[in-house]
Structures are given as C-alpha cells and as structure tokens.
Design a protein around this ligand. Structure first.
Ligand SMILES: [Zn+2]
Length: 59
C-alpha cells in the first residue's frame, strides 16, 4: 500500500467535517448513533479533529 501524499490528506480533510476537540467529534458521532463505528483523530492538516471509520472488530 502506498502512503497517502500530503495532497491526498489535504483532500480527505477538506471533505470532512471539522471539530474543535475529540469530545466534539465523538458527540457528533453519538448524535448520529454511530459512536461505536467512529473514532476521532487529530488532523495534521487543519489542526482540528475529524471522525474516521473504525475498523470492524470481530468478537
Ligand atoms: Zn483536517
């Protein structure tokens, strides 16, 4: 797998909603009812937080 380029990361950032904190991001996921499937991460492009889809976990 190739690593994402800075440009690709920038595009991912531009497409995503930004949150001021991980708490804000997770609150939004909670409101949408998808908190189990989302994780918050700090974005190096905009310095804010985005939600990413969590890899599905098998039990
Ligand atoms: Zn960003």
């Amino acid at each position: 797998m190739k690593r994402p380029t800075r440009d690709e990361r920038h595009h991912a950032c531009a497409r995503k909603r930004r949150y001021r904190s991980s708490g804000d991001a997770l609150d939004a996921a909670l409101l949408a009812g998808v908190e189990r499937e989302r994780t918050a991460y700090h974005c190096p492009v905009c310095g804010q937080w985005h939600l990413a889809t969590k890899p599905a976990r098998r039990r």
